[in-house]
Design a protein around this ligand. Sequence first.
Ligand code: PLP
Length: 409
Amino acid sequence: ALDQHPSGRHFLQIPGPSPVPDRILRAMSLPTIDHRGPEFAVLGKTVLDGIGRVFQTRHPVAIYPASGTGAWEAALVNVLSPGDAVLMFETGHFASLWHRMALRLGLAPEFLSVKGTDSDTGLPNAWRRGVDAGLIEERLVADREHAIKAVCVVHNETSTGVTSDIAAVRRAIDAARHPALLMVDTISGLASADYRHDEWGVDVAVSGSQKGLMLPPGISFNALSPRALEASKSARLPKAFWAWDEIVEMNRGGYWPYTPNTNLLYGLAESLEMILGQGLEAIFARHQRWAAGVRTAVKAWGLPIQCADPAVYSPVLTGVVTPVGVDADALRKLIHDRFDLSLGTGLGKVRGRMFRIGHLGDCNDLTLVAALAGVEMGFRLAGVATAASGVEAAMAYFAAHPAATPLQS
Ligand code: PLP
């Protein structure tokens, strides 16, 4: 039979999984070792120390052999009890899924949302904006009995390309003098968008391997705070596999209470070496620069960027709203079939109305320009009219705004 493998590299331009650097793939190909042996403890301690630096925390981080959804569940079941009121905020599809999970776990989540529909695009306003900390403060002030046990928000909403201001949410909780825990999903934010666990006073952060950490999917994280650990001692939702107590205890020696995902941890050690070696500041700056270049292209095309508030544009991905009548998924399929380029689909309430360009992890100026060229060729094939060339606009942007560190665009 003919080998149907496409020629050249696939362009994985979705906002996670992001492309995995060869260096990490090679690190993961080493033989699996005894997870109770002395060599393993060195690996365990190395990754636990390194991941804490990436979260910017001095407190424990739990690593699970699970996708991000597992770490979402872990966050909720460790600190909450049946029927607890939880305040969540609708920023898009992932906030909605976390809300649905809270319902399924027997919590009583309240879903705050910015109302209305945008007159230009017809998209829900809530799916074009970040968390409104003012609404959270108002709601917490009204909760005089302190029935609300946690505030849960998504840092980088992967379905929209909006990055919310987490420090502002912390200030809102403090201004309301409310004891609710702050829980943050930074699954697609960590190691791409600035995230500061301790400084921002986050109690539980949730993240995953397949985005800014440049690993394959399969491990996920809970970064904790002393208050979260304290709350976990009396919380009554059932928890066993996800329970932090045994994990944190075993992690002190570099081990886990069960068989961890050894080869992904090899990959994590390699990823952390790359990330910490380059420095978080440089990584955040390079994502901001890529994002600005891609937005320049979208503006040149004359299409709306899904994020309607420039203050919270995501450095990780850009949502591109297609003209009314152009099915974004048909366009994506055409681009995939013709150019072997994967773009992110519109999820939930924006299905078919937009696509997402990921610009995270192991990218550079040229891979992004090539991805934009794939989109632009797709527009031509599909007969989608554009105002000007986005590729040329992005090339001009990247040329005019050189990266601080050459070859690390
Ligand atoms: N939250 C956010 C912000 C995400 O982007 C994702 C996945 O893309 C998830 C949660 C769910 O994570 P997973 O698909 O790894 O279970």
